[in-house]
Design a binder for this molecule. Structure first.
Ligand code: FE2
Length: 379
């Protein structure tokens, strides 16, 4: 039941005196969705997640049904309401299917709560002990941007399959995995002029440091622009880029997200693989839809990034993007949004030394997104 372990430590631009919020990794991410039963089937069939745990009427929960899926170190929870008038139901009505909880694995959920709330975090859940025959878990939680929350999960005295209240989910339908390993980073979209507010929140309230920043000169096309700063926790296992829209001639993808989500929220979850060609081939064969850049991207990409280990042809065929920084290079690709509203999507990333986020691809990528926006009539 461990989560992310990254071998390379990030570069620090500034550092807090000490890490008052040690985090072992991402414990799980939870999506509130209209039909978690069907969503679970999608994430198993298309993305290769494995069945792990279940909670619902059969476990004595008459309010919420949840399916927990796992792939290597990634745990994905999908939850839906079992009746009208619930918080989850209101969340879905307002935002559509969306990412509600970014749960962080800590050694002490009580201290995590105290250290963050005394620095100004708004409480979501006071430290709460949950028990069953497998031991106990301590949970606490704070609000972040929009209606998104961080839960702190302390599970050192627990040996059950997921959390108290869940039972093991056994099924005969078990599609093979696609090589997804761990959550590399999660990006938040926040409203106009709010990026620095949330950078300060992660800096002062959670003790994160800023890894890098991009402004509208880095991330703009003829039409759209955005600004971004990347915040990371002390050991580098948690990385949260924060985007805000910038003025452009037309509506940016961040604005489109904010309009459809109705609030700030998580824009994409980036998951790492050790072999992006095999992973993306499998995902594509299983029906996952990806954004495509024009094939001319590949005419000049090696002039920009230099020599890479992979043959260019399969990368071109699959639409995988390449970027390089001082420490190495990375390969990445982005799915189309995975729900009816043009909101949350996934990134597949393979790092070969690079610790950055693909800045060199932003322009080509945003032009691809604009073509999609044009089709939606939202540009
Ligand atoms: Fe990303």
């Amino acid at each position: 039941m461990s989560t992310t372990t990254l071998s390379q430590e990030p570069k620090k631009i500034f550092a807090e005196a000490e890490d008052f919020l040690p985090i072992n990794g991402t414990d799980y991410v939870e999506l509130y969705v209209g039909n978690c039963k069907q969503a679970a089937h999608y994430y198993k069939t298309a993305f290769g997640f494995q069945s792990l745990a279940y909670s619902g009427l059969e476990t004595g929960n008459a309010e919420i049904e949840s399916y927990v899926l796992m792939q290597d170190k990634i745990r994905l929870v999908l939850s839906s309401p079992l009746k009208a008038g619930t918080e989850i139901g209101k969340h879905i009505d307002k935002h559509g299917d969306g990412l509600k909880v970014v749960a962080l694995w800590v050694d002490d959920a009580t201290i995590s709560y105290e250290e963050t709330t005394k620095r100004g975090a708004k409480s979501f859940m006071k430290p709460t002990v949950e028990k069953d025959q497998f031991g106990e878990v301590v949970k606490s939680g704070i609000h972040t941007y929009g209606e998104t929350v961080h839960l702190f999960i302390e599970r050192k005295n627990y040996s059950g399959v997921f959390l108290p209240g869940f039972k093991e989910w056994k099924t005969d339908y078990n599609p093979v995995d696609t090589g997804l390993k761990y959550v590399d980073h999660m990006v938040g979209n926040v409203g106009w002029g709010e990026m620095n507010k949330w950078v300060d929140f992660y800096g002062h309230v959670m003790g994160f440091t800023q890894l890098m920043s991009f402004d509208d000169k880095d991330i703009s096309t003829d039409y759209t622009a955005l600004m971004s700063k990347v915040m990371s926790n002390g050991n580098g296992r948690i990385k949260f880029p924060i985007n805000e829209p910038a003025e452009g001639k037309k509506k940016s993808q961040v604005e489109e997200y904010l309009d459809f989500y109705g609030d700030s929220g998580v824009q994409h979850v980036a998951v790492a693989t050790d072999n992006i060609i095999e992973t993306v081939t499998a995902l594509r064969d299983r029906g996952v839809e990806f954004l495509r850049v024009p094939s001319v991207y590949y005419d000049t990409v090696l002039d920009r990034v230099g020599t890479i280990d992979e043959d260019l042809e399969p990368l071109k065929e699959l639409g995988i993007l390449i970027d390089r920084d001082d420490e190495g290079y990375l390969l990445q690709i982005f799915t189309k949004p995975v729900e009816p509203r043009p909101t949350m999507f996934f990134e597949i990333i393979q790092r070969k030394g690079a610790q950055s986020f693909g800045k060199g691809n932003f322009k080509a990528l945003f032009e691809a997104i604009e073509r999609e926006q044009e089709l939606r009539g939202t540009l």
